[in-house]
Design a protein around this ligand. Structure first.
Ligand code: SF4
Ligand code: SF4
Length: 291
């Protein structure tokens, strides 16, 4: 299975809009939303089938047995995350606890134990017509997003073994979930925004991907909102030898199209034409021209 990942250096560039269009154009029967903090590709793709869900357990959390605790205060003094609260007895703030287990080892009364905690919900959509779509929702205040993204990808590949092409929507930024989403993919398409910060964000994400090896390419979304910056992005791509695969103009119709449950690929407008051209170039680079 070849995997195409869509990334951007920050949110709001239109990454998910482009990812949705790529899924539609490729008629991809395997896809994943790795943006577990704010997943919304299922909305863009208008998935209405019921997903199979499963709890995702992240790092364990400490808890204090009040009946055994001698109130010595050691756990509060040694926890470097400030997760132990004193309120009459001693309690753990689960949102602050990083699950390091130090307090459990050090407690002289053996009053602390570690328990797995649900950190998110894995969701797997799968139907005959639309294929497999894997995603997850991170529980508020939970960490371990990188591990959750890895699990999302595993569930997609396991459920769609014989599918030749998968399309993944990544998280914005350059953090843990992005690194996890890059692992094992064949190509990364960066959606850049034509602004000074957009160029900086694009460079950061290209550097991040560069360490991991998949083929890289860049397209610009809302390119006509600042043609000068779009030109600079193109130039920068030439300088760092990253293929520039096209630009998508701003189109107010796009919002209406997406709200109607369609994707940019379904749009008969300059933005729709542009995304089809970007798609064709990306498929050529992936060696999937026949799609
Ligand atoms: S270290 Fe153990 S005994 Fe001491 S306050 Fe914490 S839970 Fe209680
Ligand atoms: S497990 Fe670690 S982070 Fe959590 S309360 Fe204990 S010492 Fe603090």
């Amino acid at each position: 299975m070849k995997q195409l990942l869509i990334l951007s250096g920050k949110g709001g560039t239109g990454k998910t809009t482009v990812a949705g269009a790529m899924v539609r154009l490729a008629e991809a029967r395997a896809c994943a939303d790795c943006d577990v903090d704010a997943p919304n590709l299922h909305l863009v793709l208008d998935r209405r089938d019921k997903p199979e869900t499963a709890d995702y357990h992240g790092l364990p959390k400490a808890s204090v047995d009040d009946s055994t605790c001698t109130r010595c205060g050691l756990c509060r003094d040694i926890c470097r995350f400030g997760a132990v609260e004193q309120d009459g007895g001693f309690r753990i703030d689960a949102r602050a606890c990083e699950g390091c287990g130090l307090c459990e080892v050090m407690c002289p009364a053996g009053a602390i134990s570690m328990h797995p905690e649900v950190a998110g919900e894995l969701r797997l959509f799968s139907d005959e017509e639309q294929g497999v779509f894997s995603t997850a929702r991170l529980k508020m205040g939970s960490g371990t997003t990188g591990l959750l993204v890895t699990e999302v990808k595993k569930r997609m590949t396991k459920s769609a073994k014989d599918i030749p092409l998968a399309i993944l929507d990544g998280s914005p930024g350059i953090g843990c979930p992005v690194i996890a989403s890059i692992a094992g993919v064949d190509m990364v398409l960066v959606v850049a925004e034509p602004s000074v910060s957009g160029i900086s964000d694009m460079e950061r994400i290209l550097d991040t991907v560069g360490w991991h090896g998949p083929v890289r390419a860049v397209c610009v979304n809302k390119s006509d909102t600042d043609p000068e910056m779009t030109g600079l992005i193109k130039l920068r791509c030439e300088e760092v030898c990253v293929p520039y695969v096209g630009e998508i103009p701003f189109d107010p119709e796009v919002v209406r199209i997406i709200n109607d449950g369609l994707t940019l690929a379904d749009a008969e407008c300059p933005a729709g034409d542009a995304v089809r051209s970007v798609f064709a170039e990306v498929m050529r680079m992936l060696g999937e021209e026949d799609i």
